[in-house]
Design a protein around this ligand. Structure first.
Ligand code: GRF
Length: 195
């Protein structure tokens, strides 16, 4: 299977995915695409000899349809079987999502269905939760929704800040996302729960 990864930032999840696709793994990376030419993830992909592309959203303004047409063209050129969103900070329209129906995964830094959207760690601390975590799910048109493929949990500790909690969760993201991708690429969609 061929995997395209979409990033906007540092790309630590992207790195964990690329570095997992070795040996008898059923998938290989075919493209890393960013909406942001400055994304740190692009250099990390190039260092791993993975093809990269940039489709900047800014020239398109509010015209999501034209932007996503360019995105789809750039992705289709790499002939991916699976699309992994890994910190891709653009909301995607129903048209784009439906184009990749059943083939697109996302990682979200909360135990969905709790805390869809942004600032998940601050919200978990504010609520006094005892634990937090991350979720990999299939992408459907509703934001941070769609069938859950896996979750990993971490404790919330006394004195945690959004930053300290984010760091603890990110460590688990780097374990969970490759584990789910490997299963998904092999055709397994049964949910896994780590820790
Ligand atoms: C991660 O916390 C991911 O869950 C969220 O955005 C962050 C991306 O980090 N959606 P990175 O670019 O993978 O380092």
């Amino acid at each position: 299977k061929r995997v395209a990864i979409l990033v906007s930032g540092g790309g630590s999840n992207m790195v964990s995915l690329i570095d997992s696709m070795l040996g008898d793994h059923p998938a290989r990376p075919c493209l890393v695409l960013s909406n942001n030419a400055d994304a740190g993830g692009l250099a990390k992909a190039q260092a791993r000899r993975v093809a990269t592309a940039v489709v900047d959203h800014r020239p398109y303004g509010e015209d999501r349809v034209s932007y996503e047409k360019q995105l789809i063209d750039a992705l289709e050129a790499a002939q991916p079987d699976i699309i992994c969103l890994a910190g891709f900070m653009r909301v995607l329209t129903e048209h784009f999502v439906n184009h990749w129906q059943g083939r697109m995964l996302n990682i979200h830094p909360s135990l969905l269905p709790k805390y869809r959207g942004l600032n998940t760690h601050a919200r978990a601390l504010e609520a006094g939760d005892a634990e937090a975590g991350c979720t990999v799910h299939e992408v459907t048109p509703a934001l941070d929704d769609g069938p859950i493929l896996g979750q990993a949990r971490v404790p919330i500790l006394a004195g945690d800040t959004p930053e300290s909690l984010a760091k603890r969760v990110l460590t688990q993201e780097h374990i969970l996302y490759p584990a789910v991708l490997q299963r998904f690429a092999a055709g397994v969609t049964e949910r896994i729960d780590l820790a």
